[in-house]
Design a protein around this ligand. Structure first.
Ligand code: 13P
Ligand code: SF4
Length: 335
């Protein structure tokens, strides 16, 4: 723990966050509320953030909702409680606003699975294809893409394109395969995946379903095909949340990151939610990147306005085009 501000800043690139001691008697909820007003700041949080962060956020959403909110906010400072590519997207849309993130090292295995240099060569091998990239990618990949999509709008965007349009879909092979299957397409897929959604155990889920025959298995499309095949409903985090609010269903097995259970339980306290079991040693489906953010780091990044997202302007402009296209298409398609 570093107490001195100057040395905390010096160590920022190594640590990813400001490692400054906080007085344990401080009520961080109150302090964060004060900072919000003082700095005209908005806290945008993804559903996979820890419950305390979700509870203090001004807006909680999935990747599409967060991008849409980032586009329209009038706040001076955007505090992005999510992973790096999400905060970067907010900065791409808001070059004049300050965008801060509690922990700069909150990355994404899916985004990391698609390095721009390799992807550029892959793209050159398919010159007659357009590129649709899932928003879970770096600005470098966005700059090489024609349209960005999220799990909320990917299928609708692909379906809106002419049937004979050749498409490369990156970086998530599971979401890409799911769209190929449901849309009858043959998109060329980049071989990337999310470490959290690939660890669900088909065998354990099947056993759980047998023990809870009334429970609906709901899954995020980043899950592997074997899990999606037995799911009762497939959707983005927001779509899964909405599904659980339907009156006729009372019990769910949830195959996505566990952070979403907080909102599900809050919105439907009388219902039962079971986290889908995994194959990994710790048997948890927490995203280690999302969970790097804590309430303490959130408070520090608001107070000291660091770590801040800064971007090369040329890269920002190139990455913005396919995001703008997604936002326009989403609006036109009513999503
Ligand atoms: P959505 O926010 O589109 O549901 O995607 C989930 C995810 O993995 C974000 O990192
Ligand atoms: Fe990336 Fe998966 Fe974590 Fe989402 S849940 S941030 S896709 S590693």
């Amino acid at each position: 723990m570093i107490v001195n501000f100057e040395s905390a800043v010096e160590n920022l690139s190594k640590n990813g966050f400001l490692d400054i001691e906080i007085d344990v008697r401080l009520d961080l909820f109150d302090e964060i509320e004060k900072l919000k007003k003082e700095k005209n700041a908005i806290i945008l949080a993804h559903y996979y953030q820890e419950p305390d962060i979700q509870d203090i956020a001004d807006y909680i959403g999935d990747s599409l909702g967060l991008a849409q909110m980032a586009e329209k906010t009038t706040a001076d400072m955007i505090v992005f409680a999510g992973v790096h590519f999400m905060a970067e997207t907010a900065k791409i849309l808001n070059p004049t606003k300050k965008v801060v993130i509690p922990d700069f090292k909150a990355g994404c295995s899916l985004s990391d699975s698609c390095p721009p240099e390799l992807f550029k060569r892959f793209k050159e091998q398919h010159p007659d294809h357009i590129v649709i990239s899932y928003i879970n990618c770096s600005a470098g990949i966005k700059a090489l893409s024609d349209i960005i999509c999220t799990s909320s709008n990917a299928k609708v965007i692909v379906d809106s394109l002419p049937k004979d349009q050749k498409i490369i879909f990156a970086p998530d092979k599971n979401l890409g395969a799911y769209i190929n299957k449901t849309s009858g397409r043959e998109m060329v897929l980049w071989n990337g995946a999310c470490m959290v959604h690939e660890i669900f155990s088909l065998e354990k889920i099947t056993k759980l379903k047998t023990r809870h025959p009334e429970a609906k298995l709901i899954a995020h499309p980043e899950c592997e095909e074997a899990i999606l095949r037995i799911a009762d409903f497939i959707g983005s985090t927001t779509q899964l949340l909405k599904y659980t609010q339907q009156k006729e269903f009372n019990s769910f097995i949830v195959a996505t990151e566990s952070g979403i259970l907080h909102q599900m339980e809050k919105l439907s306290p009388e219902k039962t939610f079971l986290a889908a079991p995994t194959d990994n040693a710790c048997a948890c489906n927490d995203c280690p990147h999302m969970k790097l953010n804590t309430l303490e780091k959130l408070y520090l990044c608001m107070k000291y306005e660091q770590p801040e997202i800064v971007m090369d302007e040329q890269l920002r402009l190139a990455a913005k085009k396919p995001i703008d296209r997604m936002l326009e298409m989403s609006k036109a398609l009513g999503i």
